[in-house]
Design a binder for this molecule. Structure first.
Ligand code: C2E
Ligand code: CA
Ligand code: CA
Length: 643
């Protein structure tokens, strides 16, 4: 009984359908699509050779030259799929430019293939690979094909592992599936030589790749027909991972939400389509050859590979002029506010996370001028790096105990001397330098690290208050800031009181500052916390008064001793109306028996003006910036000596 070709026929059917579907789905451009097409064509050829060879074997044909050609054709085309698969994997990782630079790796890649090809050419004379003289038999060099195939498989695996971050799990499975399937095919072939499963398994592997990797619906946005957000993220990740130079035109329509709420979702979608058409048209007209993406909420991206600054700038200008023109929709004139930013990566934006966080909201964080901007004009790179790494910066600081507390003296107008100070956190990161307390606190509130940080600050202040040198300063109390989440935490009173207990601190030495925003929440937990701590003898200040809603009811209800007038009052000192507000505010607060601190006083003039207004305390750069503990001790001592 001869070998059965039915599985080969099945393979041919699968491969033909695959080929047609690739063409219909327009998966023919781009290097990885092309390699994939070549693999399909080579596999079809191999299958045809296999069918021919087996049919000739089965009929015990005596036409040796035809038989030889069929077997050689099958073996060599089948063999080629291994290096081609590796090329396919390389193209998916987008690392051609690295391969081009690495000559040693090129040699390693080509050498096994060259050896096999030489062996095949020589085989015509020496029959060391196979022979068809007395039926098809394998020669001693046949194993060269197995050995080198294994080499390519090893390269495959190494490449996939090296660049695994560029693929999601499904894709890794899809491209790796060919390996176990081929091994299974070889084993089945050995056990059941009558059934030709190898080409069938090849076809199935290609089908899996096609389903798992080549899915246009994953990439194309159905409204705008541009490439989708997920693909943008994918492509940019690749670009940064491979040190590619890209210019990106980022277009965020800054009034998109307003437009959408004005004309409705469907009409806004039509507007987006028009914008997409315009971008496509400009890209064609200016020969930009950019990849075009639509992300979401009126955000578009045009990506240029290679160094092409002038072209990019030219296109951004054209785009800006065109999009600023009024468009008419159903009789309604719509003016878009296209905020366009040019980014050169990795020069201006150095990594993927930065690109995504910058692109998300530059149109919200910056004033829209109608001009094309450069990314570097809009942000402080160091600041963005800090934002991106703030969680690890905080963890490292907590681990190394590198948080510091600075003190800013507070002056009593009535007593004519310094009576207290505000404790302010400072962090100098070994890599990024000083981190602004605001950045720090906002991030720590999000991550939950604020509770630990709050304890660290509180304990350092208690340590200071408990010291001999503090006693000699003759200060009344130290003000310590509490963030919103700290005040909402039910464990706060116990934590603070136990630290105070440990250092034997009298509660009248502590004043806690809560912000006006926190007061606006006025939740049950916060009210309870304030009551418990007040009962324990601790006093409270309301910080940043005048910046928020200034809800009088809260000011009346909460047990507050001090109100801190925000720096913005001082900044507005040129406005006569502000002085009227201020005079009345001070009178009202005084009538309620509250003490008043003015923050942010920087000049003698302001000091005099606020002293006249009968504010009790003054804090600001005029006297001193926040300074380290030792400097603070020295500062107060010399001030006391002088008076
Ligand atoms: P804040 O509580 O309103 O603190 C006053 C801020 O104004 C401080 O900024 C201080 O350095 C600054 N300042 C004081 N006098 C002047 C002046 O005359 N001119 C100007 N331009 N600025 C002045 P800093 O230290 O950067 O702190 C910023 C904010 O971070 C604080 O605002 C506070 O909300 C928060 N913060 C600081 N330390 C802590 C802390 O230990 N815990 C909590 N929860 N928040 C803290
Ligand atoms: Ca404060
Ligand atoms: Ca303040």
């Amino acid at each position: 009984m001869g070998k059965s070709i039915s599985l080969d026929i099945a393979a041919l059917v699968i491969l033909t359908i695959l080929l047609i579907s690739c063409i219909f789905r327009k998966m023919t451009s781009g290097i990885s699509n092309r390699i994939f097409l070549i693999i399909i064509l080579i596999t079809i050829t191999a299958t045809v050779f296999d069918i021919t060879a087996v049919t000739l074997d089965n009929t015990q044909s005596t036409q040796t030259s035809v038989l030889y050609t069929a077997h050689a054709g099958y073996l060599i085309t089948h063999y080629l799929t291994a290096p081609l698969h590796l090329l396919f994997v390389i193209s998916l990782t987008d690392t051609w430019h690295k391969l081009k630079k690495n000559f040693a790796f090129q040699v390693v890649l080509v050498l096994p293939l060259a050896a096999v090809l030489i062996a095949f050419v020589a085989n015509a004379g020496n029959h060391l690979v196979f022979s068809v003289e007395n039926g098809y038999t394998r020669g001693p060099l046949f194993s060269l094909m197995y050995i080198t195939t294994i080499m390519y498989v090893v390269f495959d695996i190494a490449y996939i592992i090296r660049y695994r971050k560029l693929f999601d799990f499904g894709k890794i499975i899809a491209i790796s599936a060919v390996i176990p399937i081929s091994v299974a095919a070889m084993m089945i072939q050995m056990l059941y030589p009558m059934h030709l499963v190898e080409m069938f398994c090849c076809a199935v592997s290609l089908l899996i790749v096609s389903i798992g990797i080549q899915r246009p619906e994953d990439y194309i946005d159905s409204f705008t027909q541009l490439i989708k957000h997920s693909a943008y993220a994918h492509d940019m990740k690749h670009a940064f991972a491979n040190d590619k130079h890209v210019y990106i035109i980022m277009l965020n329509i800054s009034n998109f939400r307003t437009v959408q709420s004005l004309i409705g979702f469907d009409a806004a979608t039509q507007v987006l389509k028009k914008v997409a058409d315009k971008i496509r048209e400009i890209n064609r007209r200016t020969h930009g050859y950019a990849d075009l993406y639509y992300l979401d909420n009126g955000r578009f991206r045009m990506v240029f590979y290679g160094k092409n600054q002038e072209k990019t700038e030219e296109m951004a200008e054209v785009l800006n002029q065109e999009l600023k023109k009024k468009t008419n929709y159903n009789g309604l004139d719509i003016s878009l506010a296209p905020f366009i930013v040019l980014a050169h990566c990795p020069e201006e934006i150095t990594d993927f996370k930065m690109l995504m966080s910058f692109g998300a909201d530059f149109h919200i964080r910056n004033h829209y001028t109608g001009q094309v901007m450069h990314a570097s004009e809009l942000y402080d790179r160091n600041q963005l790096t800090i934002q991106n790494n703030i969680d690890s910066i905080i963890d490292r600081a907590l681990e190394n105990g590198s948080f510091q507390v600075y003190y800013q003296p507070i002056y009593s107008v009535k007593e004519g001397k310094f009576v207290s100070a505000e404790a302010l956190i400072r962090l100098k990161d070994p890599q990024h330098g000083f981190i602004s307390p605001e950045t720090l606190i906002v991030a720590a509130e999000k991550s939950g690290a604020i509770h630990k940080i709050g304890e660290v600050v509180f304990e350092k202040v208690c340590q200071f208050i408990a010291s001999k040198e503090f006693e000699q300063l003759g200060l009344d109390y130290i003000e310590i800031n509490l963030s919103v989440s700290q005040i909402m935490n039910g464990d706060l009173p116990e934590t603070l009181l136990s630290i105070m207990n440990e250092y034997k601190i009298s509660p009248d030495k502590i004043n806690l500052e809560i912000t006006e925003t926190a007061a606006a929440y006025a939740q049950r937990v916060m009210t309870e916390n304030l009551e418990k701590l007040t009962l324990a003898g601790i006093s409270f200040s309301l910080d940043d008064y005048g910046t928020g809603y200034s809800n009088m009811q809260r000011v009346i209800q909460l047990p507050l001793k001090i109100i801190k007038l925000d720096k913005s009052f001082v900044d507005e000192n040129n406005n006569p109306k502000m002085w009227i507000v201020l005079k009345n505010t001070v009178k009202m607060l005084k009538d309620m028996n509250m003490e008043i601190v003015v923050e942010g006083v920087e000049t003698q003039e302001m000091l005099d003006a606020f002293s006249k207004l009968k504010c009790d305390f003054i804090q600001g750069y005029y006297f001193s910036k926040p300074i380290p503990r030792n400097d603070f001790v020295e500062f107060i001592n010399s001030a006391n000596e002088a008076s």
